[in-house]
Design a protein around this ligand. Sequence first.
Ligand SMILES: Nc1ncnc2c1ncn2[C@@H]1O[C@H](COP(=O)(O)OP(=O)(O)OP(=O)(O)O)[C@@H](O)[C@H]1O
Length: 337
Amino acid sequence: MSALTVSCLRVVYAGRRPVRAVDGVSIELQPGESLGLVGESGCGKSTLGKALLGLLPDGARMEGSVSVGDQELVGLSPRKLRRLRGKQVGLVFQEPMTRLDPLMKVSEHFEELLRTHERKLSRKERRERALEALRATGIPASRYDQYPHEFSGGMRQRIMIALTLVLRPAVVVADEPTTALDVLVEAQILALLAELRRQSGTALLLITHNLGIVAEACDRVAVMYAGRIMEEGPSQQVFREPAHPYTRELMRSTISLSTTELHSIPGSPPDLSEPIPGCPFAARCPDAMRACPVRNPGEVRTAGGQRVSCWLHRLHDLSGAEREPLPRQELAVADEA
Ligand SMILES: Nc1ncnc2c1ncn2[C@@H]1O[C@H](COP(=O)(O)OP(=O)(O)OP(=O)(O)O)[C@@H](O)[C@H]1O
């Protein structure tokens, strides 16, 4: 059974002009697998992560289906969701100090968490479970009774990871877990997450701006834009042969050792409170055709195993007129020139 199955998930933030932050997303994660979720700022990555954890604010409406193992999360009461959070789906945040209470020892954090979620464990068993999780993340047992401020940033992130893994969740959502850390510590934390995943079979959804991290640390990658998945597939394949022009442009805008100049994608993402009938990237896409802004391309599977939502892969379904290049005045690129 899949660890996580998300089908046609929609999240709308209510308001005078409702915002469709997640617009029909489907993803699947097997036990022990890691999926990197990438895309520009504001494309809905964190909203998707929060939806999986039942952490959306009041006023956000969720439709579709999210199941962890055989447990459906959409439609559960906030109380039930709270109970499942941590136990079924764990969360690793960007900044551990927002989760760690400076007045509580590390041991007290574990005690409180395990008392809430693992009521049957004895005090001795709770301590054993906590020390096992800490050891797995490289924190010596001798530091169990220290306070968060006595640790470095990287160690605090390890403690957060240990606090997430101690409940043995089926899925962990890590939202920019290494952004606040230096490059060396970042590499250690990513290696640690990969190792723990292998050992415990936990599936990992890694939300990040950093494509390099995904290339290194994730089996699969999902590229999100304007609340939709533009392309999803095995990381190596997606990075070697991107099937969607948006993935290609996003990769070009990332710094790498071989980059001599930084490319940015002209224009900006669309307003998510307006209906988008066709491909949301059409106005910025160098390959856009007449069909792109007006007709939704749906999803096709490429020979390389990617799921991609782009008319370039369905040319045979377009008329000659629809295949003509979109006139430049209709592209955001022209506005900026
Ligand atoms: N609480 C909220 N109420 C209304 N709109 C929101 C709320 N939170 C996010 N949004 C909107 O939803 C869209 C998606 O935001 P989200 O934070 O999920 O994107 P993101 O890809 O995670 O961005 P970033 O990488 O900058 O964190 C944006 O248009 C944002 O303005």
